[in-house]
Design a protein around this ligand. Structure first.
Ligand SMILES: Nc1ncnc2c1ncn2[C@@H]1O[C@H](COP(=O)(O)OP(=O)(O)OP(=O)(O)O)[C@@H](O)[C@H]1O
Ligand SMILES: *[C@@H]1O[C@H](CO)[C@@H](O)[C@H](O)[C@H]1NC(C)=O
Ligand SMILES: *[C@@H]1O[C@H](CO)[C@@H](O)[C@H](O)[C@H]1NC(C)=O
Ligand SMILES: *[C@@H]1O[C@H](CO)[C@@H](O)[C@H](O)[C@H]1NC(C)=O
Ligand SMILES: *[C@@H]1O[C@H](CO)[C@@H](O)[C@H](O)[C@H]1NC(C)=O
Ligand SMILES: *[C@@H]1O[C@H](CO)[C@@H](O)[C@H](O)[C@H]1NC(C)=O
Ligand SMILES: *[C@@H]1O[C@H](CO)[C@@H](O)[C@H](O)[C@H]1NC(C)=O
Ligand SMILES: [Mg+2]
Length: 676
């Protein structure tokens, strides 16, 4: 009996070594994965297409056809307490999801499996779910228990439909299977179908419970967040002790067929001899739903379109900006550089040429008031539309040279800007506007008294004298009239718009001499030859004198007398010795009669049809200042019958067109009388 202790200790060691791992797993083995990210993929044994995503999903298959993937709990579990004993009760819970690119179809399926090995190297994909192959199917040596979630119908495996749960023992011929659904406790335990694929992208919870004593296998399904239904979907009495090995691995297998699908496990728990611990639903990873994907895809398509559209819009804005501020610049303009304004500055100064800034509209275009941003200088910007480029160089060089002119009775030209078909002239702003507004009582302007008118006449004469004689070359104004006489803040009269008519002369075909000026102010020889001279300016100045003194338009359209020339009318009174009767009645007789008669007579002299009979501006100045006496005035003595004879005999026709006759202007076509 001395062997006895040895035998005893051997039995003890055997007992301990047998019990050891069992005790180590505490007999009540359990685990819970609420998502797989935090625990790490290392805990699971993965093969094939199985992987743990960065979000913590256990992805069993990817977008490849005919592949399989497996994920196993790393260590085997002791299902039987004793060798060839009975399989203990156990409980499994897991959440799974299927994402298929097709609305309702997916192949093939996935399974929870209990098997002696962690891998199935000889297994086939598709209908074999990565568990078995055609020859190993139904072999008792498989020692396999599985719960399949089959999304394809395989008649050779007696599948009931293409969307079922089945309990498999050693074979993919399920012991029992059921269309995927659950007994809804909330609706009196009615069977309700569950949709997994397509638009219903929600995980489904599965419980697999085995009772070792009653040998009952229950499989229960429910949508996520629904508590475990009291009635299982599948309940099969089967003694797993006849199938399972003492120790076995548990895990998942999934396989794709011709249609690819992603099979996911979101969470998993297990317990021996106890209910599976609850999975924390709040910690579960999200399924990559096709809706999200669709959104992503839409964004993927839409974003570049939106980006391209945005770029296009920005480019359009830039181009439009470019066009809006586009200017015309040519090489020859470089020498005039300093006199050039940028269109942008003028655009900003006039707030984009807003109509509320329009000072007036003339024959050449609109005049805007503006304030230059940098200098805060008030300016008047005249927008002249000009189609042709012809004569532009001459004109600009004249504009620039005129820009050098400085006189207290000239509106200072500050510079210009050129765009396509448009010329912008920048002048000093004259706060009191143009003289015509006062003469004809527009804009509620007060009536000017005689002294003011006399001063204005002297101012204009002085300005014109400067243009004709004081500058190193003769500058011809070409458009003297009340609307081109502007009043500065001190009511000094200043001549504006000088030389502008020249632009139009250049811009036209020299064959058809284009006459520019204003009706009533055009000297007869100018109408005939189109050639302006200082004396044509004097002619216009004469009309201006009459206009200011009489307060009348040079040509009036009265209903009684038809078109009537102011000059004819004044001359008529001169003949009758009743000149004072022509003086502006708005003065109410309060004026210096001598001065008024002097001005009227001088006006008639200046408007003489024969250029040689007109005084020059130097003389005009002397007469106005009283420095020289006014010479005897002798009007042209031609009568209309004599004119007709002269005309027929080929006498110089300009005489025939002189304006005294009153109808001579009527023979001019409006076409050659642009400017108003
Ligand atoms: N520098 C300026 N300062 C203030 N107002 C001005 C200035 N220049 C022009 N204006 C105003 O703008 C109006 C229009 O001027 P514009 O020269 O275009 O026309 P006009 O003199 O009536 O005819 P024309 O085209 O024959 O010169 C003028 O009547 C005047 O009231
Ligand atoms: C997973 O493995 C880590 C160590 O690698 C261990 O700390 C953790 O408890 C394991 N988790 C489970 C559920 O077995
Ligand atoms: C099926 O699997 C078994 C092992 O499980 C293997 O021996 C056999 O060769 C496989 N047959 C085929 C056709 O792959
Ligand atoms: C599986 O094998 C059992 C006996 O081992 C047999 O009764 C059963 O018919 C087989 N099933 C299939 C589908 O071959
Ligand atoms: C569930 O789906 C199956 C197969 O499509 C159908 O035959 C059955 O009537 C459905 N059951 C319910 C409760 O909708
Ligand atoms: C299986 O379900 C039945 C009810 O259908 C229940 O009586 C039994 O206890 C369940 N067994 C297990 C192991 O959950
Ligand atoms: C299950 O099978 C085992 C071994 O074959 C046997 O010992 C046990 O009695 C069986 N249990 C039931 C309830 O039939
Ligand atoms: Mg003008």
């Amino acid at each position: 009996m001395e062997n006895q202790p040895v035998l005893f200790s051997a039995v003890f060691i055997l007992y301990v070594s047998f019990l050891g791992p069992f005790c180590a797993s505490s007999g009540e083995e359990s685990f819970v994965y609420s998502g797989f990210a935090s625990t790490g993929a290392a805990n699971l044994t993965l093969d094939g297409s199985a992987m743990v995503t960065t979000t913590g999903l256990l992805q069993l298959t990817d977008s490849m056809p005919n592949i399989q993937g497996h994920a196993f709990y790393p260590t085997p579990l002791r299902f039987k307490k004793q060798s060839n004993g009975i399989v203990q009760s156990f409980s499994v819970a897991f959440m799974f999801g299927i994402i298929s690119p097709y609305s309702d179809a997916s192949t093939d399926g996935m399974a929870f499996v209990v098997a002696p090995n962690k891998g199935f190297p000889d297994a086939k994909a598709a209908q074999f779910l990565g568990l078995l192959n055609i020859s190993s199917d139904n072999s008792t040596s498989n020692h396999m228990f599985a719960v399949e979630i089959d999304t394809a119908q395989n008649t050779e495996l007696d599948d009931i439909d293409g969307y079922h749960v089945g309990i498999d023992i050693n074979s993919l011929h399920s012991k029992k299977s059921q269309h995927i659904g659950f007994y809804n406790d909330q609706h009196g335990g009615l069977l309700k179908n569950l949709t997994l694929t397509g638009s219903n992208c929600k995980p489904v919870q599965v419980w697999v419970d085995y009772d070792g004593e009653t040998t009952q296998i229950n499989v229960t399904l429910a949508p996520i967040k629904v508590t475990k239904p009291t009635r299982p979907l599948l309940s099969v009495p089967f003694n797993l002790s006849t199938v399972l090995t003492d120790q076995a691995y548990i895990g998942f297998s999934a396989a794709t067929g011709p249609l690819t699908s992603h099979y996911y496990v979101l969470g998993w728990s297990f317990a021996m001899n106890a209910p599976a611990p609850p999975i924390e639903i709040s910690r579960l990873p999200r399924l990559p739903c096709p809706g999200d994907n669709r959104l992503q895809k839409i964004l993927q398509i839409l974003l570049p379109i939106v980006a391209v559209a945005l770029i296009f819009i920005v480019v359009m804005i830039l181009v439009r900006r470019q066009q809006r501020y586009a200017e015309l610049r040519e090489d020859w303009e470089v020498e005039f550089g300093p006199h050039r304004f940028s269109y942008k500055d003028l655009f900003n100064a006039t707030e984009g040429f807003k109509s509320k800034h329009i000072l007036g509209v003339g024959g050449f275009g609109k005049v805007y008031k503006g304030v230059l941003r940098t200098s805060k200088l008030e300016v008047a910007v005249k927008k002249v539309s000009h189609g042709s480029n012809q004569g532009m160089k001459e004109f600009i060089s004249e504009v620039v040279s005129i820009g050098h002119l400085r006189h207290r009775n000239l509106v200072q030209l500050l510079g210009y800007c050129r765009r396509k078909g448009e010329l912008l002239l920048v002048y000093d702003y004259m706060p009191n506007g143009s003289l015509d507004k006062y003469l004809y009582g527009e804009d509620n302007k007060p009536v000017l008294n005689w002294a003011q008118r006399m001063q204005i006449i002297k101012d204009v004469a002085s300005g014109l004298f400067y243009l004709h004689e004081k500058w190193d070359k003769v500058v011809i104004h070409r458009d003297i009239k009340a609307s081109n006489v502007l009043l500065d803040s001190e009511m000094n009269a200043r001549l504006g718009d000088f030389g502008l008519a020249r632009l139009y002369e250049h811009g036209t075909n020299p064959q058809t001499t284009h006459l520019v000026g204003t009706m009533g102010f055009i000297a007869p020889e100018l109408a005939r030859t189109g050639k302006a001279s200082p004396l044509t300016d004097v002619f216009a100045f004469g009309t201006f004198l009459l206009e200011v003194t009489c307060g009348r338009w040079p040509i009036s359209n009265s209903a009684h007398h038809g078109r009537k020339m102011l000059v004819d009318w004044v001359l008529q009174h001169w003949h009758q010795g009743s000149l004072p009767e022509t003086v502006d009645p708005k003065l109410h007789g309060i004026y210096n009669v001598d001065e008024a008669c002097l001005v009227l007579t001088l006006g008639l002299m200046c408007s003489h049809p024969i250029p040689g009979a007109r005084p020059i501006m130097r003389q005009v100045m002397q007469y106005l200042d009283g420095d020289a006496p006014l010479p005897e005035f002798t009007p042209a003595t031609l009568n209309s019958s004599l004119l007709a004879i002269m005309h027929n005999e080929g006498v110089d026709p300009y005489v025939a067109q002189y304006p005294w006759s009153g109808n001579s202007l009527g023979t001019m076509t409006p076409d050659i009388l642009s400017g108003r």
